[in-house]
Design a protein around this ligand. Structure first.
Ligand code: KIV
Ligand code: NA
Length: 276
């Protein structure tokens, strides 16, 4: 399997080969996903998917580093991107460089940040000028949930759609190597994708993006509760895992586990000696 780099992604965009991306939060998810997908994201969705928070705002740079390090230990061949969490890339250029550079020192190949307003553009320029590749993230940006009043589709009015198109161009000009488009109408994502030279990766953004991303646990049905419209689940993982765990629990209660093949035995002579 080819090691995925940013030039490889750009070549695939030229060739019209669609890019596949999912999240990885630890060594288990990374080992499962790495041989299958092109891009692995240590997403700040770790906050709601793995850590039990309601949204991504409580996720810190320390939490991200902890999960990134676990993924890096599996030496993935996919392009490894780490998500800059809320408040890790806003306060100053210096702190942004320190946090993003810390991801690269730990083994990430690139970082991702949400938003397309002027301050984001400034941060992207600073990062790229220091050799830190950036994926932008536009449309529904979960770190702005308090501003938008919920996880709502963006770009549904003419002015909002034009704003997102404008932000996309600015983020490309600032040096982003790719853009993630979340929760926007398919027609708008198609227009953005056509307008850019860099690849777009969509989630709830229709089929015309250069690639698609879904959260690992969503694809495999490992989350209970509300499932957004844009998710397609390929396994009822939650139910399947519970069913298997429940068979083991039953075997324990019935004395059917462990069996002889799951036990260590003493050599016969010592067995005889301790039997008396
Ligand atoms: O954190 C995350 O999982 C994301 C998604 C859009 C893939 O940013
Ligand atoms: Na994210």
């Amino acid at each position: 399997l080819e090691r995925v780099t940013i030039p490889v992604l750009h070549r695939w965009k030229q060739e019209g080969r669609r890019i596949v991306m999912t999240t990885a939060y630890d060594a288990v998810t990374a080992r499962i996903a790495d041989p299958i997908v092109d891009v692995l994201l240590v997403g700040d969705s770790v906050g709601n998917v793995c850590l039990g928070f309601d949204n991504t705002l409580p996720v810190s740079i320390g939490m991200m580093n902890h999960h990134l390090e676990a993924v890096v230990r599996t030496t993935p061949r996919a392009l490894l991107i780490a998500d800059l969490p809320f408040l890790s890339f806003q306060l100053s250029v210096e702190q942004t460089l320190r946090n993003a550079g810390g991801f690269l020192k730990r083994g990430a190949a690139a970082v991702k940040l949400e938003g397309g307003y002027a301050r984001c553009v400034e941060m992207v320029e600073a990062l790229v000028s220091c050799g830190i590749p950036v994926m932008g993230h536009l449309g529904l940006t979960p770190q702005s949930v308090n501003l938008t009043g919920g996880f709502k589709v963006q770009g549904r009015t003419a002015s909002d759609a034009l704003r997102i198109l404008d932000e996309a161009c600015r983020m490309q000009d600032a040096g982003c190597f790719a853009l993630l488009l979340e929760g926007i109408p398919a027609e708008l994502a198609a227009r953005v994708t056509d307008s850019l030279a860099i690849p777009t990766i969509g989630i709830g953004a229709g089929p015309s993006c250069s690639g698609q991303v879904l959260v690992f646990h969503d694809v495999l049905g490992l989350v209970s509760g509300h499932r957004p419209k844009f998710v397609r689940t390929y396994l009822d993982g939650f139910t399947s895992l519970q069913a298997a765990l429940s068979r083991w629990a039953t075997d324990v209660r019935d004395g059917a586990f462990p069996g002889p093949q799951e036990c260590y035995a003493l050599p016969d002579d010592i067995g005889n000696a301790i039997a008396n």
